[in-house]
Design a protein around this ligand. Structure first.
Ligand code: IMP
Ligand code: MG
Length: 189
């Protein structure tokens, strides 16, 4: 049972993973990645803005040499926790593309959370079309209970229950990204 810190912002209902637990788990996953890509060079790609916190935390504890690149997307329909158009297919579009090509490179897509899977599947298909040498997925959080389309998650830090969470890059209306822990949010609180 994690007690709420005194300075927890309004809305934070309970802490799922403390800052220490997150850091520890990221080190463990980094070791798995180092083992898999041993002797190679890796490019970490993430989607602005949520995944940036996880990408930098992971990059700092990886021993594998890494390059980084970013893209940004907008999603409509079923993608995202609160569906704007319930039942509509997840439609995702690239808003800002990567700076560099990824052809013949080992690519690891870094996600904050894989939820329905629409966003990740779209990104995978888009990146796969550019001829990378390999393409993997590493996510901080995985909520398989809400999965609609299957995506092959290669590395994940935590499986989470079907509750809306914030912190470590995840937002609610652009707030809470900078929390060091992962918390369940109750916006009514
Ligand atoms: P998917 O396409 O349904 O897998 O949605 C993934 C995106 O939805 C994530 O990259 C987040 O931006 C957002 N999202 C899904 N669940 C949560 C949550 O619990 N907290 C904050 N953002 C979320
Ligand atoms: Mg978001």
């Amino acid at each position: 049972m994690n007690d709420l810190p005194l300075n927890a912002p309004p809305g934070v209902e309970r802490i799922l993973f403390t800052e220490e637990q997150v850091a520890q788990r990221i080190r463990e996953v980094a070791a798995e990645i180092d083992a898999k890509y041993h002797g190679r060079e890796l490019k970490l790609i993430s989607v602005l803005k949520g995944s940036v916190f996880f990408l930098t935390a992971l990059a700092r504890v990886l021993e594998t040499p890494v390059k980084i690149d970013f893209l940004s997307i907008s999603s409509f329909g079923a993608s995202g926790f609160n569906q704007t158009t319930p039942g509509a297919p997840g439609v995702v579009r690239i808003e800002k593309d990567l700076d560099e090509p990824i052809q013949d490179q080992d690519i690891l897509l870094i996600e904050d959370i894989v939820d329905t899977g629409f966003t990740t599947r779209y990104l995978l298909q888009t990146l796969a079309g550019r001829g990378p040498r390999s393409l993997g997925i590493c996510t901080l959080l995985d909520r398989t209970a809400r999965r609609i389309v299957q995506v092959p998650v290669d590395f994940r830090c935590f499986e989470i229950p079907d509750r809306f969470v914030v912190g470590c890059g995840l937002d609610h209306k652009q707030l809470y990204r900078n929390l060091g822990y992962i918390a369940v949010l109750d916006p009514e609180r």
